[in-house]
Design a protein around this ligand. Structure first.
Ligand code: G16
Length: 539
C-alpha cells in the first residue's frame, strides 16, 4: 500500500520570508506538493517517533494538500499527526499545539495575507519543535533537496475524514483530530484579564472584528462574542471561505477597506480590528483612528504590567530593522533588553527561547510574545482590549498620551509592486554599492549620518543575515529599502520611512515625510528605473 513514485524536480521551491508561497496554479501542478514535502522529510531524516501538527487557513487547495501530507507522512514513517478539525488551524494556534504537545514540528497551509482561490496564492509554513518557522540554514537544505528529488513515498489509501474530533490510525501512524479553537482559547484566558474585558462589554463598549472570511472567524466568535460578551455581529466576515469571499485578507488601511470605512464613519464602534488569512497579523483601529503596528508594539510594551501574564515583568523586546524605532524608547525607559532583527518572525525565536525578549513586533502588522513562537493577531487585539478595560481610555487617547510621553515616530511604508525580478535585484545591488558614498551628504536639509546594509548577527547561534539597506540621518530619521520575500510572482520593493518628533505629534504622516520620500526615490532611482513615481500601496 506504500508506493514509491518517480518524480522530477521543480526549480522554484525556495522558501521566502515565511515558508513557500506560490500561485495556486503553480502549486496544483503534478507532484508539486509531493516534491516539497518529500524534500522536507528527507532533510529531517528518520521520522520514526516524530509528531507533526497539520492545519491551514481553509484557503483553496488546503483540503487536497492536507490529504497528500497525511498519506505521505504515513508512508514516510511519521508516528503521529495532530490535525485541526476540518483541516483548520490558525498559525498562532498551530504554534501553540506544537509547544503544548512537544511535537517535532508542524505544517500550516497558508499564503498568509495573500489572496486565495484558484487565481490566488497557496503556501506552506514549516515550523520545527520550537513552534517557530525553521531557520534559513534548514530551508536552504530543503531547497537543495527539491532540486534533486527523484521520488517520493505515499500511501495508496482513501482520504481521511477530518470532520470528527477523535483518534484514527493508518499504517501504524496515529492521527488525532482536535478542536481547532479550544487550546488557543484556553491559552488566551491564561494570559489576559477576561473578567475585566467582559465588564467592559457589559458597560456597552462596542467593537468590530473583521475576520476577512479567513481562519480567525471561529476563534474570534468564540472569544469576543461567546466568552467576552461582545454583541452578536461584532465579528464580521467570520466564515472561512476558500477564496476569502474575494477579499484580500491583508489587515491594513488598503485591503481592510470595509472595516476602515466603518471605523471612520459616524456609526463607528469604539474599537476596530482585523486579522489576516492565517490569523497572525493584526490591525488596530479606534474611532477615526489608526494605530501603526510600530506604535502598537511600543504601546503594548509600555503597558505590560496591565496584563496578568506579564505582571512579574518582561525580559525585553525586539523589532525588525524596518519597523519604526518607537519601541526602542520604551525599552530604554523600562530598562529592558532591546533587539533589532531582520524581517521574518523566525529571527525572534532564538531571542525568545533564550529569555532575552518577551515581546516582539514588525511593521507588517505582526505583534506577539513568547507565549508561542509566531505572531498572534487575536493576542494583540485582546492586549488592546485589556488595556482599554483597565484604563478606561479610548484607542486614540492611549496612543496620543503615548506620543506625549515618548514623542512620535511618523512612519509610512511604500510598496512598489509587480517589478521585474532582475530589474529589482539590480536596483538593490546598485543602491547598496552607492551607500558608502552617501555618508555626510545633505538632501532637502537632511544630512545622512550612516548608510549601510542591515547585517544581523544572532546572539544565540552566531549566524549572520543581511536583509535590507538602511540610511540614517542626523535628526534620527531613517529610510529602509527591502525586497519583499512573501510575493508569489515578480518583485516588490518596499521603502520604509520614519521621522521622529519629540513634541510635534499631531501632523499628517505623509506630510511629515514628503521630503524623505523624495530623497528615498531619488537615491534609489526608482522612478527612472521602474517608471513608477508613486507607490502602488501605501500603509
Ligand atoms: C511574513 C513574516 C513576517 C514578515 C512578513 C513580511 O509574514 O512572518 O515576519 O514581516 O512576512 O515579509 P516581506 O516584507 O518579506 O513581504 P506573514 O504574515 O506573511 O507570514
Amino acid at each position: 500500500m506504500i508506493k514509491t513514485v518517480a518524480t522530477v524536480p521543480y526549480s522554484d521551491q525556495k522558501m521566502g520570508t515565511a515558508g513557500l508561497r506560490r500561485k495556486s496554479k503553480v502549486v496544483i501542478q503534478q507532484n508539486y506538493i509531493e516534491n516539497f514535502m518529500q524534500s522536507i522529510f528527507n532533510v529531517i531524516g528518520n521520522l520514526q517517533g516524530k509528531t507533526f501538527v497539520v492545519g491551514g487557513d481553509g484557503r483553496y487547495y488546503n483540503d487536497i494538500a492536507i490529504q497528500k501530507i497525511i498519506k505521505m507522512s504515513a508512508a514516510n514513517g511519521v508516528s503521529r499527526l495532530i490535525i485541526g478539525q476540518n483541516g483548520f488551524l490558525s498559525t498562532p494556534a498551530g504554534s501553540n499545539i506544537i509547544l503544548k504537545n512537544h511535537a517535532d514540528g508542524g505544517f500550516i497551509l497558508s499564503a498568509s495575507h495573500n489572496p486565495g482561490g484558484p487565481e490566488g496564492d497557496f503556501g506552506i509554513k514549516y515550523s520545527n519543535h520550537t513552534g517557530g518557522q525553521i531557520p534559513s540554514s534548514i530551508s536552504d537544505d530543503i531547497y537543495q533537496q527539491t532540486l534533486k528529488i527523484s521520488e517520493y513515498k505515499i500511501c495508496d489509501c482513501p482520504d481521511i475524514d477530518l470532520s470528527q474530533i477523535g483518534h484514527q490510525e493508518i499504517y501504524g501512524m496515529q492521527i488525532d483530530i482536535i478542536d481547532s479553537v479550544k487550546d488557543y482559547v484556553d491559552m488566551m484566558q491564561q494570559i489576559f484579564d477576561f473578567s475585566s474585558i467582559k465588564q467592559l462589554f457589559q458597560k456597552g463598549f462596542t467593537m468590530r472584528f473583521d475576520a476577512m472570511n479567513a481562519v480567525t472567524g471561529p476563534y474570534a466568535v468564540r472569544i469576543f462574542e461567546d466568552i467576552l460578551g461582545a454583541p452578536k455581529g461584532s465579528v464580521v466576515n467570520f466564515k472561512p471561505l476558500p477564496d476569502f469571499g474575494g477579499l484580500h485578507p491583508d489587515p491594513n488601511m488598503v485591503y481592510a477597506k470595509e472595516l476602515v470605512n466603518f471605523m471612520y464613519s459616524d456609526n463607528a464602534a469604539d474599537f476596530g480590528a482585523a486579522n489576516d488569512g492565517d490569523g497572525d497579523r493584526n490591525m488596530i483601529l479606534g474611532k477615526n483612528f489608526f494605530v501603526t503596528p510600530s506604535d502598537s508594539l511600543a504601546i503594548l510594551t509600555d503597558n505590560f504590567n496591565l496584563i496578568p501574564a506579564y505582571q512579574s515583568g518582561i525580559y525585553g523586546v525586539a523589532k525588525s530593522a524596518a519597523t519604526s524605532t518607537s519601541v526602542e524608547r520604551v525599552a530604554k525607559a523600562h530598562n529592558i533588553g532591546y533587539y533589532e532583527v531582520p524581517t521574518g518572525w523566525k529571527y525572534f525565536v532564538n531571542l525568545m527561547d533564550s529569555n532575552r525578549i518577551t515581546f516582539c513586533g514588525e511593521e507588517s502588522f505582526g505583534t506577539g510574545s513568547s507565549h508561542i513562537r509566531e505572531k498572534d493577531g487575536i493576542w494583540a487585539v485582546l492586549f488592546w482590549l485589556n488595556i482599554i478595560a483597565k484604563t478606561g481610555k479610548s484607542v486614540s487617547q492611549i496612543t496620543t498620551e503615548h506620543w506625549q510621553k515618548y514623542g512620535r515616530s511618523y512612519y509610512v511604508r511604500f510598496d512598489f509592486e509587480g517589478i521585474d525580478t532582475e530589474l529589482a535585484d539590480t536596483l538593490m545591488l546598485d543602491l547598496e554599492n552607492k551607500l558608502p558614498s552617501l555618508s555626510g551628504k545633505e538632501f532637502y536639509g537632511y544630512t545622512i549620518s550612516e548608510a549601510k546594509p542591515f547585517i544581523y548577527i544572532d546572539p544565540v547561534d552566531g549566524s549572520s543575515t543581511k536583509n535590507g539597506l538602511i540610511i540614517k540621518f542626523n535628526d534620527g530619521s531613517r529610510i529602509v529599502y527591502r525586497l519583499s520575500g512573501t510575493g508569489s510572482s515578480g518583485a516588490t520593493i518596499r521603502i520604509y520611512i520614519e521621522r521622529y518628533s519629540k513634541t510635534d505629534i499631531n501632523q499628517e504622516p505623509l506630510k511629515m515625510l514628503t521630503e524623505l520620500f523624495k530623497i528615498a526615490m531619488s537615491i534609489s532611482e526608482i522612478p527612472e528605473r521602474t517608471g513608477k513615481h508613486q507607490a502602488d500601496v501605501v500603509t
